[in-house]
Design a protein around this ligand. Sequence first.
Ligand SMILES: *[C@@H]1O[C@H](CO)[C@@H](O)[C@H](O)[C@H]1NC(C)=O
Ligand SMILES: *[C@@H]1O[C@H](CO)[C@@H](O)[C@H](O)[C@H]1NC(C)=O
Ligand SMILES: CC(=O)N[C@H]1CO[C@H](CO)[C@@H](O)[C@@H]1O
Length: 730
Amino acid sequence: MNSSANSMSLKGIFFKFVFLPLISYNLVPLLICLVKKYLFERTEKRRAKQLSSESPGSPWIRLRAQTKTRIKSNLLDECSSVPQLFSKVMQKFKDKHCFGFRQVLHEEEQKQSDGKVFKKIVLSDYQWLSCEEINNRVEYMSKGFLSIGIKPKDIVMIFADTRLEWMISAQSLFRVGSTVATLYATLGEEGIIYGITECQVTHLITSSELLFKLKAVIHKLTQIQCIVYMSGHNRPNIQEIFSERELKRITFYSMDQIEELGKSHKDLKGVEATAQDTAVIMYTSGSTGVPKGVMVSHRNLLTAVKAFYTLAEALASDDVYCAYLPMAHIMEMSAQLFFISNGLSVGFATIQTLTDKSTGLKKGMKGDLTLLKPTIMTAVPLILDRIRRVIEDTVNKNLLSKIVFIFLRSQKSFWSHFDLNTPIINIIFCRKFKAILGGRVKVIACGGAPLSPEAHQFMRHCFDLKVLQGYGLTETSASATLMDLDDSSVGFVGQPLDGIQIKLIDWEEGNYKVIDKPNPRGEVVVGGLNVTNGYYQNEALTQELYKEENGIKWFFTGDIGEIYPNGSIKIIDRKKDIIKLSTGEYVSLAKVEAEIKKCPFVDNVCVYGNSGKDYLIALIIPNAKQLQQLANKLSKSHMSFPELCADTHINDSVLKSIQSIARNSKLSKTEIPNKIKLCSEEWLPDNNLVTSALKLKRKNIQEFYQNDINLISQFLITQVKLWKYKLNKT
Ligand SMILES: *[C@@H]1O[C@H](CO)[C@@H](O)[C@H](O)[C@H]1NC(C)=O
Ligand SMILES: *[C@@H]1O[C@H](CO)[C@@H](O)[C@H](O)[C@H]1NC(C)=O
Ligand SMILES: CC(=O)N[C@H]1CO[C@H](CO)[C@@H](O)[C@@H]1O
């Protein structure tokens, strides 16, 4: 009795001193907003429309014209090739800071307590090169390349991480008139051999760090005659790395040597490329089998650059862009070109040194973002997810900070729902987080994979910035859709960009149709001049995925989309991730995985099933921290990570947790995995279990765990047999 009275009065206190003031504090502006919304914005903004409203499968195009921008560049319209654009930009912005980079001053190896050796580096502050300086370097480099035998139309491979020299090499090669082929620096050996051999590359440009990776495969790359390396902190000792035979066969140059050569061959000149010429052969990371080389023409690349104009509204002339994603990705390459062609500065960074807490930096060193203070960034969902997890872990450590965090975030969320800014909360709440990204970031453009709505809102609320999701593939020269700056939705990828047409087509197997209600659904097909010319030396696949209709090129993406009446597109599925179980039901593995990932025990998951079975098996990479906590609870804290993964109690608890989360989601009964296997191996591009873009390689993962899968299936079969046997007996 007594205690209930007590709690009543507690409730009363809460009501009087917390709830009421809060409501009244929020109520007045809320009313104003509602009135405003009701009076002025009764009709929802439409952002795209169908070419023909009668036919449900008709293509969608962007509705709103480009808005006014503070920055303006007509250069793009005047140019028909990338080198032409680059030269004009360099002349126009002469003295402006063009590219910035940090020099490696010192490298040291640190031994962790578990015996692993980490490389820690000491970096200089940002050093900037003006457009004129860059232009001179590109000019000399291009002549240097000509002098070592690179000819116009030759295919030259760049295999390196994102850095200034990558851009300079590419621009120099464009100036020669050559085609640049790109490989992800994280690609496995097989992929490297495949790409270099397919393009018959004789000249390869790489970095001194990657020479060691090349060493392992060089004997299979017999057509290579010349390797140019970007030097790192220490000049690599070529004689020590490569064998006598390779040294005889291949000529090695450092980039500085090439530049010097260019200075003494001033009369050499390249050939200007045309708009249709292939500028880049971009090797995709290859989620199924070998990487595919997408042929991107100069026009395609310029189109991709143009697509970024949706962002232009938010830019000012002192903006700084942080470049750290792989340049072998078309999004990063076109983003850099976009920013420099508007006279903005681009600073290079790396994932290992991004923030003050980055593991690649020596303790006490400032991270790239802190020094660069970028205003605009690109990101892939994985990185935003990681930022979110780190912040949540830190906040959850202590109850008070957790409460304050939840309260302030809900306030921010409340106000942003009505498109209102919150100056006070920005100062006391967001500023701290913003400092992680350097303090000035206004816009993050995110692409490459679907961004979860939770991570999307989290970034918006905590960092007080705009996160714009986009959708595009290398095959469509990156650009297909992007959210507008004033679009505050989540889960959508925006609407078609200027000049792009998007239509849906039925996909019977997955039961998606354009006549679906309430919104049309189907495979996303992207059309426009912007679509690339197909795959290098793969006519069959090109024929399969590219089609020309009424003079428009279309690319069949294999992604399943849903288009809302206002033109916003949601990517809801992926064609090849759908499997049919023995019960005849279709299951979308990606959908199941997305739900399972919500479980805190799960860092990564690959769901397996096939038409011979009526259940799913989830292969799970457990979160080490959570697993340890669970182990402590089950008093198994003495066990190692692999032991924990193999432990029956542990996998039972994890399975239960996953199943309860799955049951609370929209998954149907067959979609909930019956069995799990906790995997203690890492899934890396190097062991070929994920792509360079970290997408699952289902087939490889399945083969890798085939034994476990068989064991688990066997176990189930015996159980069912036993059960039937018992039934028969009774
Ligand atoms: C489009 O409509 C959907 C559904 O009504 C909504 O959730 C979304 O926010 C809208 N998008 C834009 C950009 O207004
Ligand atoms: C847990 O692992 C053990 C041994 O690896 C296996 O026999 C058992 O079936 C697993 N349990 C579940 C619920 O998957
Ligand atoms: C930005 C750009 O050049 N977009 C082009 C994409 O393709 C369509 C038609 O195929 C053109 O009209 C656009 O100009």
